[in-house]
Write a protein that binds this ligand. Structure first.
Ligand SMILES: C[S@@+](CC[C@H](N)C(=O)[O-])C[C@H]1O[C@@H](n2cnc3c(N)ncnc32)[C@H](O)[C@@H]1O
Length: 256
């Protein structure tokens, strides 16, 4: 399978590029910042654009809904782990001593293992291997997450787990090996039908009432499979699909 580290540029093919080009300019300004190294991290928000701030606020919105609800957070489709890192920090901020709030992330780290007819759409032709990350990336992500945990309360307790490989296989193995699991928040960002449907089905017995189930691409032309999976497994007419003011494409429901 081809390792295709697809970029936002490819994802946005066909859309107006003006906004996108401007966002890329922030990257160039960051890479060439005349800011002393030791001052760089404290000024990183100079380069974080509205869209990225909105994503952070959206993750924060979902997190706030599970404060007071027991259980783990699972991200389905984690890629570079940017949301995992946010969840780690939010746990430290909101629930500093809740070492029970585990973060579990499922990803092949090799991109899509397979596609389904239900992922066909009029705008983009997905391929196996899309969204792969560089080899050995999980080791790097582990280092980053450990560092975040080391500056948060209870640093001696490891509270995250990367489940590497095809989630359609690994979800059952994980839940079988972790019968203690209660899920407070499941965030789906596979973008495609089969793993979304399979994992959604498998986690239902492990969800608690009030749990948040988030979807990164719902009602989105390029990712029909995510909505199809939701419709098939839970039914979109059975739940209110909440829209966040922070994020156009994402949505979530409260499992009641
Ligand atoms: C859109 S990316 C996730 C982006 C990430 N959540 C973020 O915010 O940057 C989709 C991810 O789903 C993963 N994925 C898709 N199908 C999968 C499967 N069957 N098992 C595990 N991971 C899968 C891909 O490897 C890819 O990293």
């Amino acid at each position: 399978m081809e390792r295709n580290t697809i970029s936002d540029a490819e994802f946005l093919k066909g859309y107006s590029s003006t906004d996108f080009d401007k966002r890329l300019s922030f990257r160039d300004l960051l890479l060439n910042a005349p800011i002393p190294k030791e001052e760089l991290m404290n000024n990183i928000s100079l380069f974080v654009d509205r869209r990225n701030i909105s994503r952070i606020l959206f993750i924060n919105e979902m997190y706030q809904k599970i404060i007071g609800i027991h259980g783990s957070i699972i991200e389905f489709g984690t890629r570079y782990g940017t949301n995992l890192s946010l969840f780690t920090s939010l746990r430290g901020i909101y629930e500093p001593f809740n070492h029970n709030r585990k973060l579990i992330a499922f990803d092949t780290f090799n991109g899509f293992p397979e596609l389904d007819k239900k992922d066909d759409n009029a705008n983009i032709k997905w391929k196996e291997g899309d969204f792969a990350v560089p080899e050995n990336y999980p080791d790097y992500l582990t280092q980053v997450l450990k560092l975040h945990e080391s500056i948060s309360p209870l640093p001696e307790i490891k509270k995250f787990e990367l489940v590497i490989g095809d989630a359609t296989i690994n979800i059952s193995k994980y839940l079988q090996a972790h019968k203690e699991t209660i899920i407070a928040l499941a965030y789906f960002d596979f973008d495609i039908y089969k793993p979304t449907a399979e994992c959604l089905k498998k986690i239902i017995p492990y969800l608690t009432k009030g749990a948040v189930i988030g979807f990164d691409e719902i009602n989105v032309l390029e990712c029909p499979g995510e909505a199809e999976a939701l419709r098939e497994v839970l039914g979109t007419k059975n739940y209110r699909i909440q829209h966040s003011i922070f994020r156009a494409n994402a949505g979530y429901l409260i499992f009641e």
